[in-house]
Design a protein around this ligand. Structure first.
Ligand SMILES: [Zn+2]
Length: 350
């Protein structure tokens, strides 16, 4: 076996996690106990939804609390990521492992902990949403195509009869279209009042140039005028920012120039240091999860961060984030699509 990289051997880590979980299971032996633990942890920090007081009492055998201050009765899990959970055990186990920096995949969880693969996946997606909300503050923005090599699983966004990586091409196109249409709106808002104020000759000139990039000789020919007639209106249109003069006496409408510039500009290339950090993350995701779908890339990046950054995601941190995250619906998780530019935090929290 590969003796150089014992720390990245997936099965070793799983065994390690299983050993640690024995400790957990001794304490939380049944689902009933787990649910009690979940509710009492929530109760400890809960505030009354009506009066914001914290003098609450759990109503026995239910998930509800009673406020000793105002008499309000409400659910402890409502408004948290635990809303509607049927089983507390799997949630607590996965959070417990993540907060202790154990790395695992759903297959290992299924094999060693007996939690169904699909349950594990659903919980991880939900937890990743909680983690993503915290990413905005610290993450760097990275072009999602940097992770292209990982896309080996299909999703409902994968085009028919194509490789899962084709999803990236679709995302690029969608992203570019969105950028262009936003830019178009911005330009129209700016240029419309100017166009309305043009003289008749300026308007004719602008209409001609806005059709396509055009040479000065063709403008003169098209309008049947001499350069002396056009020198001043050309200068005015350029001054107003409606057209731009290009090398070799070509003219183009500013709108077209900006749109074609936007089309040709990509995301800034990342630094060598950043590239190294991304490579490390890719190696981890490749080894741990083998292939992922592009649709859920951002979820995996969130889980990667949580599995590695103990300072941010140490004991109690993930549970607390779940408590404060608000409810996360199945629909929200299903409809999620990784954006063109993803939030990325490296293993050392940078
Ligand atoms: Zn109250």
């Amino acid at each position: 076996m590969n003796k150089k990289r014992p720390e990245t051997d997936a099965s070793n880590i799983a065994e390690d996690a299983v050993f640690a979980l024995r400790e957990f299971e001794k304490k939380f032996s049944t689902e009933e106990v787990c649910m009690e633990v979940l509710l009492s942890r929530l109760l400890k920090r809960a505030k009354c939804k009506a009066c914001a007081g914290n003098n609450l009492r759990r109503i026995s055998r239910s998930r509800d609390y009673h406020c000793n201050n105002c008499g309000e009765k409400s659910s402890l899990t409502a408004g948290t990521a635990f809303a509607g959970v049927r089983k507390a055990g799997p949630h607590l186990k996965l959070i417990w492992l993540l907060e202790r920096g154990f790395t695992f995949n759903c297959l290992q969880i299924h094999k060693h902990l007996g939690i169904a693969y699909s349950t594990c996946l659903a919980i991880l997606k939900k937890l990743s949403k909680v983690i993503q909300d915290k990413m905005e503050l610290v993450a760097k923005t990275v072009d999602s195509s940097a992770f292209l090599v990982l896309f080996k699983k299909r999703s409902r966004l994968t085009p028919a009869n194509e490789h899962p990586q084709a999803e990236q091409r679709i995302a690029n196109l969608k992203g570019q279209e969105a950028k262009k249409s936003q830019l178009k709106h911005e330009i129209t808002d700016l240029s419309l009042p100017k166009i309305e104020s043009l003289s008749e000759l300026e308007r004719k000139l602008y209409d001609l140039i806005s059709k396509e990039k055009i040479h000065l000789d063709h403008i003169l020919y098209g309008l049947n005028l001499s350069f002396n007639d056009l020198a001043s209106p050309l200068f005015d249109l350029e001054n107003m920012g409606l057209i731009e003069r290009l090398p070799a006496d070509y003219y183009i409408a500013k709108e077209q120039k900006l749109l074609s510039d936007a089309e040709n500009s990509g995301v800034e290339p990342c630094s060598k240091k950043m590239k190294k950090r991304i490579d490390k993350c890719k190696a981890f995701l490749k080894e741990k999860f083998d292939g992922i779908s592009r649709k859920y890339l951002q979820n995996y990046l969130a889980i990667f961060w949580c599995m590695h950054d103990r300072k941010t995601w140490g004991c109690n941190k993930l549970f607390e984030a779940c408590r404060l995250s608000g409810e996360i619906s199945q629909h929200q998780i299903l409809m999620y699509e990784t954006p063109l530019e993803v939030s990325f935090v490296s293993a050392d929290g940078k």
